[in-house]
Design a protein around this ligand. Sequence first.
Ligand code: SF4
Length: 369
Amino acid sequence: MDALNVSLLAARVLDGEELSDDVCEQLLLDPQVDLLPLLNEAYTVRKANWGNQVHVHILNNAANGKCPEDCSYCTQAKNSDVNIEEYPMKSRDEILAEAKLAYENGAFRYCMVFSGRGPSTARTAELASLVRDVKALYPLEVCVSAGLLDDDKAAVLAAAGLDRLNHNLNTSEEHYAEICTTHTYQDRINTLRAAKRNGIEMCSGLIAGMGEPASDLVEIAKTLRELEAESIPVNFLLPFEGNELVTPQGLSPQYCLRVLSMFRLTNPTAEVRIAAGREFHLRSMEVLGLYAANSLFLDGYLNAKGETANRTYQMIIDAGFEIVSDFSAEQLIVEADAHRSSSPAQQESAVAVRGKSVIKTITELRPSL
Ligand code: SF4
């Protein structure tokens, strides 16, 4: 590999240059590329586009399990033996009550996630009606993740005011058949293009650590750039005994930070999010992720516990970043503290998420019941 002048990277990216595949791979693998100078370049690009803002996303696992697909990393897949709390779609009242909680807990964006291959026409109409209701009640940006969609269904959601559709690429085209056999990479691309054609912003990301070579991560980053993805969740594989794919591969905290930096430098204006595995894989380096990413999930992931909300908020503030919310940082911490002291499960999670992946309890999945 030729020596790379890291100190010029941000200026090149901000000038509109697309970094070559070789350079991107070098960012991930070359020991001559020191981590802190690389993060500094990523931060310069982040700051130029997003300042010091942090967008907080809160997920609602609105229908858990019972999925006919076989995504090997997923606790809801048909062939997963992970003991999750399964339930059909939550009621409208429950979803709206949880939207209120998310707003009061500082969410900028509320993401409703429905397991399954894709929604029927009737289910799409139901989702559209939910999107309308949430947006009428709370000043939240709304995102839906509901599997495969065609143009007609995307149009129904767009007409309801859906801001974003989440549909992750997860891995490269070449590697796709190794992680899922019930749908294809192309199915996923088609869904993303349908959303885009109908004016819905695109949220699409990846899961690192599934045995892919670094070049695959570069390919995903470049594909998302070409698709003009507005939002890129960067997940790091969480190990769950009972999933087909259990053991994360090659994920040191430093490698995770290189992945986040590479995504920032290839997709300079995108909302790059530190998603699942933030606590588990970044560990003591967690806050450094915010120098590349401008967004994170609060309160865990679909079935996995995350760090407590108050610790996450404190981390953001301590590093000098600003939470984008109608509430002040102090209010958010007080609210999160009150919630934590009333929830034994939350008290436990701070310790647990750093040592092993922990499944959410039913009270965490359905806090408004
Ligand atoms: S389609 Fe979604 S819910 Fe179903 S197994 Fe795949 S990732 Fe999990």
